[in-house]
Unconditional design. Sequence first.
Length: 422
Amino acid sequence: MDWLDTATQPVYDLLLTQGREKLAQMYRKCFRSTWDTTLQRADGTVFLITGDIPAMWLRDSSAQVYHYLPHATRFPEVKEAISGLIARQLQYIRLDPYTNAFNRENSGRHGYADHTSWSDAQEPWIWERKYEIDSLCYPVRLVHAFWKTTGTWPFPGDTLLDTFRVILSTFRCEQHHMQQSPYFFERSDCPPSDTLPSGGKGTPVAYTGMTWSGFRPSDDACRYGYLIPSNFFATVALAQIREMADTLGEDGLAKSAALLRGQILEGLAAYGTVEHPEYGRVYAYEVDGLGHAHLMDDANVPSLLSLPYLGCVKANDETYLRTRRMILSRANPYYYEGKSARGIGSPHTPEDYIWPISLCMQGLTSTDPEEIRSLLSTLENLDAGTLLMHEGVHKDDPSQYTRAWFAWANSLFSEFVEFAVS
């Protein structure tokens, strides 16, 4: 028995005693998915592909291993692998904080002919250069959780601190995107969701205190540049940077992180909510500081639905609860109801496709045992006989799905199963 079977045995056995053999098999297979199919060791580090795309996303790779962290103190190979992944993530951030997905080697194998502000040294490493706030937040979350779980740092303090400085510098610059940012991004012969208007700078924004994002966690372009769930996530990451910098004796960096966090929180308070005619005051998905707001939610995390999961707000926060009711209804243009499931999808996938990630997130943020049980049963019946999760699943027919190999969804599903049976 390897460490993966040992780690999953308690939950696996519990599900068997409840007569849920299929769910037990799904849990174990999904738990193993990232380790067995996406983890590649290279140059003393770990490169983690998403599944059926041979590139490493900073966001996905962090989320793919998060369910392994509780086992890092028990199994040395887990601690070593996560440490190796963090090493590569920090290298990539220092190489280019505006890139969301990287190549394994300096090979020039990025997938697109894009017009953007990369250097000759950066370009061959870059699979895709869509700037997303969460790409810088997820590795911070992983480092912080690694430290809290193991009681050790994955790398010498200087390496961490230098990377944190790059992140803070990028967030500060993007508070003044239209005036100061070097970043632009244009892609030819593509849908509007894959490129930014206005010469690659995006739609106009005013200063709000928040930090700008070109793209959503779905890798789709933002309609308005201040992405509310990602700015919330940034405040959590900055609090974690402040704590780690303070522990490592870097008072100046800790104070800078606290100051920036305060500015973003002020922006969220001033611009992040709108009055909905049916649901009352709710969180917007995107705003521009010029009076425009976009009301929706997307399955990809960070989402408005995921705010308590990421530590951004309490699960009983009144504004969150109103927002939750809104986005889990037809008031959200990407909420679908069908014969097999009801939940949130994404403009990134076809209409009527619900994402298992959003169903897992709905369960992980729920305080209602009946809702949790119902979501678990729904997910159990969405695997189309594969015992795995997928990117999007048709609301009426689970045999119609996108991405047969999508490790992030598998990891989050196993995390939800553990949460649901605990």
